[in-house]
Design a protein around this ligand. Structure first.
Ligand code: CA
Length: 546
């Protein structure tokens, strides 16, 4: 029965009418019946119209919503206007939070690109399937030769890189690095519900057979498979673009690798020549994808490499940044404003195609800001990319879902990038596979009910660098530095006060919980780390296996 026709008063009214009818003369009864009949005709006509409209409603259900997952690269907690940065303007990205939900404590599962993206794309801790370190990129042979001969002398001068695992140069054929064949990606998931699937941008989930996006559920792909590529292909027009080198950063040499091997731009299986500024090329491809798929439900993963290095920016974006003298920061902020404009083009395209009311946009960064570039600090958080301090793990995250999530909501409980998978499963009405454990939750449920808590415990492991958060207690262990930190994030989000000496029992409890998770829910890394990097945090150097 339709809810429009269920009224609690109807049985009572019937009872009253029948009682009075028995006591009245026939002529009065007839007159009353005429009046009643007249009064009933109009409601009956309305009821008939409403009933007749029901099958029509069922015949035309609202189309399932489109889903666009936008991933930024190394965009830190303090790199957007809405998260407090006063030196740049990011109105388009911030609008996603203003028109949806802004998550103030969103954690990724790793402070480096690939393992974090593995978690987002599978909804499972990547440690469950051995994707703990960066996969081995394929470099241009000529570049690799130069890389080898310059690597160690170069890095003796840099602060960032301590050792390089021989696997990077010698054993790469011994290991198949990349997402395990058994894992199910978001694209493979939503295809079960009939979605068209597209990837535009950085992949970084492996460059071996079986690991490519077109082999992992994406019907369409315009991408590069590795961690890094230039924003402008050679030759760079110095009248239009600014190159900012970072001779102090361990990533300096690989960041400027020519567009070959894992850095080549591909459309499906074919290498293509992209002549634009890559952030805008990705925006254009995403616009085209939306146009071409506007007549049926689609899932688009738009995975920018901005604002990761190499630092290259169109001159007009450099000029837009006012009041910042440091050219490194100015280029970096310009790259973020270009990213913001690219996001604006996507939201405009949704409006012009009439899809904006029925499209969900999720925006997240894959890890915290890279402090080793000296362009960002992640304030008020400590540390950054390649550390398990919050600066490496806590990132900007928004979900805009018109008519389902209230505009302007700020959600303050800890959430995880693992939740992206379960939330998209719910939005697309796709059942999660029952043959494996999923570590995320459907955030729609939790945002709607403040009494619920998405995660009591979160875990992290990249080799010897590990962390656990239980409630507001956060433990960070660095086996190579021989450090143990305990923080209470409720009143010390900046991780300034190590409480490990004051609360040894909590330290022990958290170590046991972390150990238990490692023993029962993770496997050994499927391939060795490529390098130990050294990251400066407040003047102290911390090891991290990349
Ligand atoms: Ca990244």
């Amino acid at each position: 029965m339709n809810r429009w026709f269920q009224t609690e008063s109807l049985p009572t009214d019937e009872k009253i009418v029948s009682t009075h009818v028995a006591e009245l003369p026939c002529c009065v009864i007839l007159a009353l019946m005429k009046i009643l009949a007249a009064q009933l005709i109009i409601p009956l006509i309305i009821a008939a119209i409403l009933f007749s409209s029901l099958p029509q409603q069922k015949a035309k259900p609202q189309r399932p919503p489109n889903v666009i997952l936008i991933i930024a690269d190394d965009l830190g907690y303090n790199d957007l206007s809405s998260f407090g940065n006063e030196w740049l303007h990011t109105p388009n990205i911030d609008a996603l939070g203003k028109e949806g939900v802004r998550f103030s404590q969103a954690h990724v599962t790793s402070p480096i690109c690939s393992p974090s993206r593995m978690g987002i794309l599978t909804g499972r801790y990547q440690n469950r399937f051995g994707s703990e370190y960066m996969p081995y990129d394929k470099f241009d042979p000529a570049f690799l030769k130069k890389f080898r001969s310059h690597f160690f002398p170069f890095h003796k001068k840099s602060e960032g890189l301590k050792t390089v695992h021989p696997a990077l140069f010698i054993n790469r054929k011994k290991y198949k690095s990349g997402m395990g064949a058994h894992e199910i990606t978001l694209a493979q998931l939503v295809k079960k519900s009939g979605y068209a699937t597209g990837l535009v941008g950085k992949w970084n989930l492996g460059d071996e057979d079986g690991s490519h996006p077109f082999e992992r559920g994406f019907d369409y792909s315009y991408y590069f498979s590795g961690a890094l590529t230039r924003y402008v292909d050679d030759p760079v027009d110095s009248n239009r673009y600014i190159n900012q080198h970072l001779p102090w950063a361990f990533s300096e040499l690989p960041a400027w690798t020519p567009r070959a091997g894992s850095s080549a731009i591909r459309e499906g299986k074919n290498i293509v020549k992209d002549t634009g500024y890559l952030t805008f090329s990705f925006a254009k491809k995403a616009e085209d994808y939306i146009e071409q798929n506007k007549d049926h439900p689609f899932f688009l993963m738009l995975s920018f490499n901005a604002p990761q290095d190499p630092f290259q920016v169109p001159k007009e974006y450099f000029d837009r940044i006012k009041g910042v003298e440091d050219s490194v920061k100015r280029v970096y902020y310009g790259m973020i404003e270009a990213l913001d404009d690219a996001v604006g083009r996507i939201t405009e395209k949704l409006k012009s195609t009439g899809l904006d009311d029925n499209t969900v946009i999720l925006f997240i960064s894959d890890n915290g800001g890279a402090t080793y570039t000296r362009a960002t600090e992640n304030a008020p958080l400590r540390g950054g990319k390649c550390t398990h301090f919050e600066g490496g793990l806590m990132v900007p995250f928004f979900i805009k879902y018109p008519d389902h999530l209230n505009a302007g909501t700020v959600y303050n409980k800890p959430v995880s990038s693992l939740d992206v998978f379960s939330t998209i499963a719910a939005i697309t009405n796709t059942a999660l596979p029952s043959d494996r454990v999923y570590d995320g939750v459907n955030l729609l449920t939790y945002v709607a009910d403040d009494k619920l808590t998405p995660h009591e415990i979160l875990y992290w492991r990249n080799g010897y660098s590990k962390a656990i958060r239980k409630g507001n207690w956060k433990l960070y262990l660095n086996g190579k530095n021989n450090k143990t930190f305990l923080f209470n994030l409720e009143n010390d989000l900046s991780e300034k006060h190590d409480l490990s000496a004051e609360h040894p029992t909590i330290v022990t409890e958290l170590i046991i919980e972390l150990d238990q998770w490692e023993k029962t829910q993770t496997i050994k890394p499927a391939w060795p780390s490529t390098a130990d990097v050294l990251i400066d945090v407040d003047g102290e150097m911390y090891f991290f296996p990349s």
